[in-house]
Write a protein that binds this ligand. Structure first.
Ligand SMILES: *Cc1c(COP(=O)(O)O)cnc(C)c1O
Length: 377
């Protein structure tokens, strides 16, 4: 067997130790004589896997007690509809209005989808920069009538990441102190500690930095599930399987949850704890990103166009100065065991995704290859 360095943006590489354990337990989990895939989601064996995954995730992210962790399906894009259906009516049950900051392809998609359910105001957009920066927070035009503010805190395709936590009371005054912030963290969740209490809702598809596609994680503050009348805030047309309140009340077991995805995610949570938790992952990510950006900035052969203060530690898009060499670059990389470096079709060029499971050795091998390719051309 030979494993490659897989730079895919998602579904992405998983820790080898996790895959080995899953392989060893595939046919017979803990002497039950069955695979986790074959278990009833309501049986005590799976319930213990589920409860442990929840507890480990709560510990890793230090999720406060007044937040529910939900394991659901639908992916990051599903949440573009599920969030407005659950939260857009706001406390009083009728606003149907929210604000969004657009920083790239994913928040653009969130904007378009949410408009099917209500009014989604663009508080700020970085489109004039070609999505290479987070618009200065002081410039965000927030609306008091908005039920929440939507952010994508790591733009996977554009390689733009928030390296700050918005403090709206400070930048926009006391009137915005309680504005709920919804964050799509699909591609950097668990890459570093986050102050969950500063957000109303954090969500992400699992397939970038957590586990297999099919599992979506939502961490929601409990009071957002209800309106002023103490009833569900969700739109009556919200499907029951996507109603956060229903999911919270049934411990994500209203219908069959993505059981195998939850099991693998649970193994990843244990692996993260063994690595030293999210502080250790942040140091690991910084070391990898510093190496790669440092090299990109040292040469004119390649370029990363993102403003230095907003560069993603997870997704590093880069371009060859001479784009006619793209095919040769990718072919040589493939031959060297450096896989899935082709950039997203929306912006072209190359992209190296360096999530938690990418070892430093993978980035070292990539930089060595890039240097050799530069010398040869
Ligand atoms: C990948 C991604 C999505 C879409 O996820 P799906 O699971 O394919 O729906 C949404 N937002 C961000 C930031 C992503 O990286």
């Amino acid at each position: 067997m030979s494993r490659v360095f897989n730079f895919s943006a998602g579904p992405a590489a998983l820790p080898e130790a996790v895959l080995e354990q899953a392989a060893a337990e595939m046919l017979d989990w803990h002497e039950t004589g069955m695979s986790v895939m074959e278990m009833s989601h309501r049986g005590s064996d799976f319930m213990s896997i589920h409860a442990e995954a929840l507890a480990d995730l709560r510990e890793l992210l230090a999720v406060p007690a007044n937040y529910k962790i939900l394991f659901l399906q639908g992916g990051g894009l599903g949440e573009n509809a599920i969030v407005p259906l659950n939260l857009m009516r706001g406390k009083s049950g009728h606003q149907n209005e929210a604000d969004i900051v657009i920083t790239g392809v994913w928040s653009e998609k969130s904007h378009v989808e949410a408009q099917r359910y209500g009014k989604m105001n663009i508080a700020a957009s970085a489109s004039d920069t070609g999505f290479t920066a987070v618009p200065a927070i002081e410039s965000w035009k927030l609306n008091k009538s908005a039920a929440y503010l939507h952010l994508c805190t790591n733009e996977t395709i554009n390689g733009v990441e928030y390296h700050f936590t918005p403090d709206l009371a400070k930048t926009h005054g006391a009137a915005f102190a309680d504005m709920p912030i919804v964050a799509d963290m699909s591609s950097h969740i668990l890459s570093r500690p986050v102050d969950v209490s500063k957000y109303a809702l954090i969500y992400g598809g699992a397939q970038k930095n957590i586990g297999p596609a099919g599992l979506t994680i939502a961490i929601v503050r409990e009071d957002l599930l209800l309106n002023d009348a103490g009833q569900s805030r969700a739109h009556p047309m919200c499907p029951s399987v996507f109603n956060y309140k229903t999911l919270a009340e049934t411990d994500s077991m209203y219908n069959t949850p993505p059981t195998y995805g939850i099991y693998i995610a649970g193994l990843v949570f244990k692996w993260l704890k063994a690595q030293g938790g999210l502080k250790a992952m942040e140091a690991h990510s910084r070391a990898k990103a510093t190496l790669l950006y440092g090299y990109l900035d040292s040469t004119n052969f390649y370029a990363n166009r993102v403003s230095k203060t907003d560069r993603s530690l997870m997704n590093v898009p880069f371009f060859l100065h001479d784009e006619s060499l793209n095919a040769a670059f990718l072919q040589g990389a493939n031959e060297a065991g450096l896989k899935q470096l082709k950039g997203h079709r929306a912006i072209g060029g190359m992209r190296a995704s360096i999530y938690n499971a990418m070892p430093l050795a993978g980035v070292e091998a990539l930089v060595a290859y890039m240097k050799a390719f530069e010398r040869a051309h």
